[in-house]
Design a protein around this ligand. Structure first.
Ligand SMILES: Cc1cc2nc3c(=O)[nH]c(=O)nc-3n(C[C@H](O)[C@H](O)[C@H](O)COP(=O)(O)OP(=O)(O)OC[C@H]3O[C@@H](n4cnc5c(N)ncnc54)[C@H](O)[C@@H]3O)c2cc1C
Length: 368
C-alpha cells in the first residue's frame, strides 16, 4: 500500500517514476512512535519472534518486515495511513495472513510494514430473507459458519478449500474460488467500504448514499463500478463488504469423474461445456491433473522415490492407481437441486452426456 501522493501516475509519465521512495531508517522510528500513540503499544509489534513468522512463507523469502501494526477499526486504519503517508512508510495489509502457497503474509516487496486487520472481526449485518451478510475483513469462514449455524439459517456461504481460519473478505478480494453456487466469490459481493492510501474512506455501489435500502443487494449502484479496483490491487484497504449467501439446496449430490488417457481431455471439456451451457452444472467445476490431486491426497513419496525428484512416470502411474482410480485427470462438482426428483433427473442427463467421455463417473448422495 503506497501513499496516494507518492503513487500518483501522471499521463505520459514513465511508470518507474511512480515507484515510491521506501521508508528511510530515519522515517520509521517516527512512524512507529505515532502508531504506538494511535493504537497503543501492544498493537505495534517489532519483536523478532513476530517478525520472523511474518517473513515466513511456504517458499524462501528475502523481504524484510520492520513492524506489524494492528488497528481495530476503520478510524484507526485511517489514522495509520495518515501516519504512513507522513513518514513515507509503505504498508502491506493482511486480513488473516493465510495466503498459503501465494506468499502467506509476506509483503510483495521489501521493507513494508504489515497492517494486520484480524481485529476487525465483527459481523455487521445479516438478512435471512434478502440472503446476505455484511462482515468486517477479519471475519473468518469458521466464524461465519458458526454464526449461520447459531442463527439456524437456511442459507450457506460458498466453502473454501483452504483453512476455515482464513478471511472471507480477503479471499473474495483475491478472487478466490469456492464450492457452492456462489463459488466465484468476488462476483457475489457488493458495497465495499475502503480506506484509501490517503486515509480517506469511500463506499462502493449504492452504499455511498446514507441509508440506501438496496445497498446490500444491488452491485452496480450508479456511475462507474469501482469494486474491481480493490481486487488483487494495492489501491485501498477494504474494511468490510457485503457477501451474498445462497439457499441450502433441497437435494445435494457430488459427482466425481476421471479419464485415464490425457488425450481425452479435449472431448471431456467440450462435453462439460455443453452441460454448463444447459445449466446442468451450476456450481464451479474443478478438473485437475493427477499431480494436483495427489498433492491434496498425500505428501511427496520420498520413501518410494528414494528421495528423487521429479516423480518418475512409473511411480506416478503406480500412485495414481492407488489414489485416483488410475485417472490422469479428475473432475469434481457439486450438483444442487430443489428436490430429489429434480436431482435424479439431472443426474440421468449428465450420465447420458458424460458417460462415453470418461472412464469413471461416480455420484455421491448428500443431504436431502
Ligand atoms: C491446501 C490449500 C487449499 C487452498 N484452497 C483454496 C481454495 O479452495 N480457494 C481459494 O481461493 N484459495 C485457496 N487456497 C489459497 C489461500 O489459502 C486462500 O486464498 C486464503 O483465503 C488466503 O488467505 P487469507 O484469507 O488469510 O488472506 P490474506 O493472506 O489476509 O490476504 C490475501 C491477499 O489479499 C490482500 N488483502 C487482504 N485483506 C485485504 C483488505 N482488507 N484490503 C485489501 N487487500 C487485502 C493481501 O494484501 C494479500 O495480498 C488454498 C491454499 C492451500 C494451502
Amino acid at each position: 500500500m503506497i501513499s496516494g501522493r507518492d503513487s500518483e501516475i501522471r499521463e505520459g509519465s514513465d511508470l518507474g517514476a511512480a515507484v515510491p521512495k521506501m521508508a528511510s531508517v530515519a522515517d520509521l522510528p517516527q512512524a512507529l512512535a505515532a502508531w504506538r500513540q494511535a493504537l497503543g503499544p501492544a498493537h505495534v509489534l517489532t519483536d523478532e519472534t513476530a517478525l520472523a513468522v511474518a517473513r515466513t512463507a511456504t517458499f524462501p523469502t528475502t523481504q524484510r518486515v520492520p513492524a506489524i501494526i494492528r488497528p481495530a477499526n476503520r478510524s484507526e486504519i485511517q489514522e495509520c495511513m495518515r501516519i504512513a503517508n507522513a513518514s513515507r512508510t509503505p504498508v502491506y495489509p493482511v486480513s488473516t495472513g493465510k495466503n498459503w502457497g501465494y506468499g502467506s503474509r509476506v509483503p510483495a516487496r521489501d521493507s513494508c510494514v504489515i497492517m494486520d486487520l484480524s481485529r476487525l472481526n465483527r459481523i455487521l449485518d445479516y438478512d435471512e430473507n434478502l440472503a446476505y451478510v455484511r462482515v468486517e475483513t477479519g471475519v473468518t469462514f469458521r466464524q461465519l459458519f458458526d454464526f449461520l449455524t447459531q442463527k439456524q439459517s437456511n442459507l450457506m456461504m460458498s466453502v473454501t478449500g483452504s483453512t476455515p481460519d482464513s478471511s472471507v473478505v480477503a479471499n473474495a478480494l483475491e478472487r478466490g474460488h469456492g464450492t457452492g453456487p456462489y463459488g466465484d466469490r468476488f462476483a457475489h459481493t457488493c458495497n465495499l467500504e475502503v480506506v484509501l492510501p490517503t486515509g480517506e474512506c469511500l463506499t462502493t455501489g449504492l452504499g455511498r448514499f446514507p441509508d440506501a435500502a438496496a445497498a446490500s443487494v444491488s452491485r452496480w449502484g450508479v456511475g462507474p463500478h469501482l469494486d474491481g479496483l480493490f481486487s488483487q490491487s494495492n489501491l485501498g484497504i477494504v474494511t468490510s463488504m457485503t457477501i451474498w449467501l445462497s439457499p441450502k439446496p433441497g437435494y445435494l449430490q457430488v459427482c466425481f469423474l476421471g479419464i485415464n488417457d490425457p488425450c481425452r481431455l479435449t472431448e471431456l471439456l467440450d462435453a462439460l461445456r455443453v452441460l454448463r451451457s444447459q445449466e446442468l452444472l451450476r456450481w464451479p467445476l474443478h478438473v485437475w491433473n493427477d499431480l494436483k490431486m495427489l498433492s491434496l491426497a498425500r505428501q511427496y513419496p520420498w520413501k518410494e522415490s528414494g528421495g528423487r525428484t521429479p516423480l518418475s512416470p512409473q511411480l506416478r502411474e503406480c500412485i495414481r492407481d492407488d489414489y485416483l482410480w488410475g485417472s490422469a485427470w479428475t473432475g469434481s462438482v457439486g450438483l444442487c437441486a430443489a428436490s430429489k426428483e429434480q436431482g435424479q433427473a439431472e443426474r440421468c442427463a449428465i450420465e447420458r452426456i458424460l458417460g462415453s467421455k470418461v472412464d469413471k463417473l461416480v455420484f455421491f448422495d448428500g443431504v436431502e
